[in-house]
Design a protein around this ligand. Structure first.
Ligand SMILES: [Zn+2]
Length: 330
C-alpha cells in the first residue's frame, strides 16, 4: 500500500517537474507519426510506415508462405479453406492449383496465391464438380491468369446444374482458359525434374466423388498423391489398373471420410504422411475415427488443416519438410 502511494507520488513529482513544452513536443510527434501512418496506408507516401493493423497485431504469429529456396524442388501448400480442398503446387518454373474450396473461400485462395508470389497459374485442376472443391475457382480464374483447366469428363446424366458449376464454366469461357479432359497417363512437366501424372478417373461412375481427378507429383525421390474425394471404388479401380500409387504424402480422400482410404489402398500407397483438409468441427465428423485408426496402426503421421491451419510441404527431392500455420491442439 505504502509502496503504491510512494510510486504515485514519484510520478506526480516527475509530471510537476516536466516543462509544458516537452509535453507539447511529444504530443506533436505522436500526431505527426499517426498522420504519416495513415498517409502511408492510403499510398500517399514514397516509403512504408507500419500500418494500423501491424500496430494492433504487434507481431505476425505465422509466416504465411514458405517461399521456395534455391535447394528446394517443389512446395505443396494445403491451404486452409475450412471444409473443402485447395492445394497449391509450386515449382521453380510453374504453379498448379488443385481446387479452391467453397465459393466464400475464393478470395482467401486468391490472396494466398498472391502472397505466395503466384501471378499466373499454368494449370488448375477442378477435381470434381462439388462446391467444396470448385466453389472458389471462378474467383481464381477471374483474378489470376490461368493457362489450362483440367476437369473430369462426366457422362451426360452426371453433369450438374448447380450454380457453382455454372459459375465455373462461365469463368472458363470468359477468361478464355483452355479446358482439357482428365485422362490417365497425362503427364505435366513442371520443370526441374518435377512431374505431375494423372491417374484417374479410369472409368464412368454414378457418384461425382468418384469422378475426382487423382494425380501424383514426383519430385526426385519424393512423391505426393492427390485424390480429391475419390472413394474406395476408385481406390480399388486404381489397384486393378496397376497404377503407380506409392507416395510419401497422401492427400487423404474425401476429407478423411471412411468412404475412402481402404486397407489395400493404404498398403499400396505406403504413405509416411496423410494430409487431411477439413473444417473445424465440421458437420460430417471428418476425419472419421476408423480412418484415423488405420493411419495410426500404420504409423502414418497425420497433418490436418482443421487443427493446424495451412500446411506446407517442401522438398529438395530427398527429404520433405513440413511447416504448419498453427500448433495442433487436440
Ligand atoms: Zn469434398
Amino acid at each position: 500500500m505504502n509502496q503504491r502511494k510512494s510510486g504515485a507520488r514519484m510520478i506526480q513529482k516527475l509530471i510537476d517537474r516536466t516543462p509544458t513544452w516537452l509535453f507539447l513536443m511529444v504530443a506533436v510527434l505522436v500526431m505527426v507519426f499517426f498522420t504519416l501512418m495513415t498517409m502511408s496506408e492510403m499510398g500517399w507516401l514514397p516509403f512504408d510506415m507500419p500500418s494500423w493493423s501491424d500496430l494492433l497485431k504487434m507481431e505476425e504469429p505465422y509466416e504465411p508462405v514458405q517461399q521456395l529456396t534455391d535447394e528446394k524442388m517443389a512446395a505443396v501448400h494445403m491451404i486452409d479453406v475450412g471444409q473443402g480442398d485447395s492445394i497449391l503446387i509450386q515449382t521453380k518454373e510453374k504453379a498448379v492449383l488443385i481446387d479452391a474450396g467453397e465459393r466464400d473461400q475464393g478470395q482467401t485462395v486468391c490472396d494466398y496465391l498472391k502472397s505466395a508470389g503466384v501471378n499466373k497459374l499454368d494449370l488448375v485442376i477442378a477435381t470434381h464438380p462439388h462446391s467444396d472443391h470448385i466453389g472458389g475457382l471462378a474467383d481464381v480464374l477471374t483474378q489470376i491468369r490461368t493457362e489450362e483447366i483440367l476437369m473430369p469428363e462426366l457422362s451426360d446424366e452426371m453433369v450438374p446444374t448447380t450454380s457453382s458449376f455454372q459459375r465455373l464454366l462461365t469463368a472458363v469461357e470468359k477468361e478464355d482458359v483452355r479446358a482439357v479432359a482428365a485422362e490417365p497417363g497425362l503427364v505435366y512437366d513442371l520443370g526441374g525434374g518435377v512431374s505431375l501424372t494423372v491417374l484417374a478417373p479410369v472409368k464412368d461412375y454414378d457418384n461425382l466423388n468418384n469422378y475426382s481427378v487423382v494425380c501424383r507429383l514426383d519430385c526426385g525421390q519424393t512423391s505426393f498423391l492427390f485424390t480429391g474425394d475419390a472413394e474406395k471404388q476408385v481406390e480399388q479401380d486404381l489397384l486393378d489398373a496397376g497404377a503407380n500409387l506409392q507416395a510419401d504424402v497422401l492427400k487423404a480422400g474425401h476429407h478423411g471420410s471412411s468412404t475412402s482410404s481402404c486397407d489395400a489402398f493404404l498398403d499400396a500407397v505406403r504413405p509416411k504422411i496423410a494430409a487431411i483438409s477439413c473444417g473445424q468441427n465440421n458437420d460430417y465428423g471428418h476425419p472419421h475415427k476408423e480412418v484415423m485408426a488405420s493411419f495410426s496402426q500404420r504409423g502414418i503421421t497425420v497433418c490436418r488443416t482443421d487443427l493446424q491451419g495451412t500446411v506446407i510441404f517442401s522438398t529438395d527431392g530427398t527429404d520433405i519438410v513440413v511447416h504448419t500455420e498453427k500448433e495442433a491442439v487436440q
